[in-house]
Design a binder for this molecule. Structure first.
Ligand SMILES: C[S@@+](CC[C@H](N)C(=O)[O-])C[C@H]1O[C@@H](n2cnc3c(N)ncnc32)[C@H](O)[C@@H]1O
Length: 166
């Protein structure tokens, strides 16, 4: 069946409400084998917290001013200018990113939900990281309202022929 064969994302999405939650995920989700991309790093405050947990982290931001300040504050880390919506440029960073952190201005409000989903899905499809951690209250709220339907009990009953079809 065509549906069975179609491409499915395997990336996990972790939605956090604020910067405290965003940073709390680091010891849970980042490990020593990871190469991490941070999108929207500003002055590198979270980048520097991620660094000790992984093999390599690259902090990126659309603002050259932020990147220059991040480089001055943390000269031992790598920072590059990147517009989050230019995924091709993220590929050109030349790493196989296993985790992606996203915290860009304007992605928290409820009306930004579709943008957050579109951006996260684009990174999941192109970079195929194991996990994308996003700071977005909108996504967290939406995720908390979602329950994937699993028809296990109904399927099991059908298999055993004990389904009540009345
Ligand atoms: C809230 S700050 C990030 C704070 C940082 N993650 C931290 O934990 O300290 C949001 C950042 O998103 C950046 N930003 C906004 N639009 C962006 C875009 N399209 N691509 C990349 N960065 C963007 C801003 O320049 C700003 O530095």
């Amino acid at each position: 069946m065509a549906n069975e064969k179609q491409f499915r994302l395997r990336t996990k999405f972790i939605a956090t409400r604020n910067v405290t939650e965003y940073r709390q995920t680091i010891p849970e989700w980042v490990n020593e084998d990871d190469t991490v991309l941070e999108i929207g790093c500003e002055w590198g405050t979270t980048t520097v917290l991620i660094a000790p947990h992984c093999r390599e982290v690259v902090g990126t931001d659309v603002s050259l001013e932020c990147i220059e300040r991040a480089r001055r504050k943390h000269p031992h880390l790598t920072f590059e200018v990147l517009d989050a919506f230019d995924v091709r440029a993220a590929l050109d960073l030349g790493r196989r990113f296993t985790k992606v952190y996203i915290d860009i201005s304007g992605l928290s409000g409820y009306r930004s939900l579709l943008d957050v989903i579109a951006l996260s899905t684009m990174y999941a499809t192109v970079l195929r990281p194991e996990a994308i951690i996003v700071k977005s209250g909108a996504l967290k709220h939406f995720a908390s309202c979602c329950t994937p339907w699993r028809a296990t009990r109904a399927r099991e009953a059908r298999r055993k022929g004990t389904a009540n079809d009345a």
